[in-house]
Design a binder for this molecule. Sequence first.
Ligand SMILES: [Ca+2]
Ligand SMILES: [Ca+2]
Ligand SMILES: [Ca+2]
Ligand SMILES: [Ca+2]
Length: 265
Amino acid sequence: MVKHASFQAIILASLLVAALVSPPPAIAEPFQWMRIGDIDGFGFTPTRGLVRPVQGVGPGPADTNDNGRLEPDEFLPDLNADGGVWFRGDDNFDNRSDGERANTGHACQGCQTIGEATGGSRWTDLALSPTATASDWPDINGPAMPNSAAFVFDFTVARGDITPGGTIFFNLVFGDYDIDPAVVRVRFANAAPRILRIPNQQIRGLDGLIQVRTANLRFDEVFSPTDNGDWHGRAIVIFDAPADPFTAFDYVELSLAAEVAALAR
Ligand SMILES: [Ca+2]
Ligand SMILES: [Ca+2]
Ligand SMILES: [Ca+2]
Ligand SMILES: [Ca+2]
């Protein structure tokens, strides 16, 4: 009898220990966004002391709202304080993390898998400039123009982790587009490509301007069903700027939330 009771106690104790050390059951996380690069203001940290080019609104901080991050409607820094942001103005920067440099600086909230084709982070947080000295340049021809950044989204979302039919918001944050022509080309696996026009910053007379290009994509442009009923998201984004000798990118994303792009405006 005593033996039986202690056997029960051992079983109970074992179950208790198992409950304490076992991870909680996996809870499916709904899809929120897939992002190439990161939202870190082109990698400039801290932003105190960075000045904007005087061409435009005049002297002042690049981080206009002083929140520690360079964002849309703010400015790439005039690093040598010669008044402009440009390829011969000693304004080149390479703030890429090791992961971004290795083209693996991407992340997803709510993806089932991220496909091997996904990439493009090596184009972010880097001044695309023909006077750059980086040895691991993202373009096979080196820093010489053109430097047309390319981003590839390839991921799956489990059935039930996204509601079919909704809007997918496209957000691309870039800086210092001032030499025409340039367009953003978005290609899909199963839909006609889109050409997204972007305004030249000279329209506003603002050198070094950081801009965000947003677009509302349809669910069925981005996603197609997989054989087992999950969803495959695919898109290729090309920033086609053959003549601009100085541009930069912070990140590009596909998101359910439009407001991510408008952070701290
Ligand atoms: Ca800011
Ligand atoms: Ca410029
Ligand atoms: Ca400069
Ligand atoms: Ca970034």
